[in-house]
Design a protein around this ligand. Structure first.
Ligand SMILES: Nc1ncnc2c1ncn2[C@@H]1O[C@H](COP(=O)(O)OP(=O)(O)OP(=O)(O)O)[C@@H](O)[C@H]1O
Ligand SMILES: [Mg+2]
Length: 265
């Protein structure tokens, strides 16, 4: 290997080490006359856990859709681990370690928990078009069971999804988003509709994820958000109007006025 090649590899690695996980600069997204996002700038470090809070229609899901490539922003740039992915299709962002969950469930309800997770693992691996049935000792089988354990569903791995409680289905969605060793995950309201016990379980699952996995969680429940996030961004009318530590956000008068005082459910 030439000296030049060695240098360029080490430069690339050190650049990757210092790059932010996610960087949005001046992102605006318009739907006709409606600006769903206006000049949004966000920086999230590798492994950082961020909550995005804001009222209905604030632009939170649109933000996720721009990051994943489901929508192209009207203007602005999006960088993922240092690379400009603004115009990349969604699958290229997935290939770079980005995953998401949806506000609406997208599970195969006729299949078991295991089958859903196994298929997700297969979907992001090489050889995904093979028709072979899963075999014991197959590394994907192993990965699927590890993910099922990470979301506390080991006891019911062979149960059909249609028989799971709502909360268990949301836990399964987290396992699907974790398939294929992601580096950064976007969770869209994973606590919506959960009971207090299920919320506590969700908090435990998220806080126990491997520390290199960063995420953004959209959350209406301030209690959940402040426990699973290290940093918080507040959105209103398509703009980020405040960022800070959970303790700073909780005690901020503007946040209390706009968000907590707004009778948000
Ligand atoms: N595909 C779309 N076409 C047109 N308008 C859209 C589209 N997606 C979102 N919007 C609009 O953009 C604005 C922001 O919506 P978004 O779904 O991002 O809000 P949100 O913060 O996720 O809200 P919620 O808390 O209700 O999920 C809303 O006014 C919404 O109606
Ligand atoms: Mg939304």
């Amino acid at each position: 290997m030439s000296t030049a090649t060695v240098r360029s590899v080490s430069e690339r690695l050190s650049a990757a080490g210092t790059a932010n996980a996610l960087e949005l600069r001046g992102v605006t997204k318009r739907f006709g006359a409606l600006a769903a996002l206006t000049d949004v700038t966000i920086t999230v470090k590798p492994g950082e856990r961020r909550a995005v809070l804001g009222s209905n229609g604030a632009g939170k899901t649109t933000l996720f859709n721009c990051v994943t490539g489901d929508f192209l922003p009207t203007s602005g740039t999006i960088r993922l681990f240092g690379e400009d992915v603004t115009n990349f299709p969604a699958h290229e962002r997935i290939r770079r370690g980005l995953r998401r969950t949806y506000q609406i469930s997208l599970l195969f309800t006729g299949l078991t928990v295991f089958d859903n997770v196994y298929l997700a693992c297969r979907g992001v691996s090489r050889g995904r078009f093979s028709m072979l049935r899963p075999r014991k000792g197959d590394t994907l089988v192993q990965s699927a069971y590890e993910l099922i354990e990470a979301v506390h569903l080991s006891d019911i791995a062979q149960i059909k999804v249609s028989e799971l409680s709502y909360g268990q289905q949301r836990q399964l969605e987290i396992a699907l988003a974790l398939a294929g060793a992601p580096r950064f995950v976007l969770f869209d309201e994973p606590a919506a509709g959960l009971s207090p016990k299920e919320r506590a379980e969700l908090v435990e699952i998220l806080t126990n994820l491997p520390s290199h996995i960063g995420y953004i969680i959209i959350e209406h429940d301030m209690d959940v958000a402040l426990r699973v996030a290290e940093t918080v961004s507040m959105m209103h009318n398509g703009r980020i109007f405040k960022e800070g530590l959970p303790s700073e956000i909780e005690s901020d008068p503007e946040v209390q006025e706009l968000y907590l005082g707004g009778g948000h459910g």
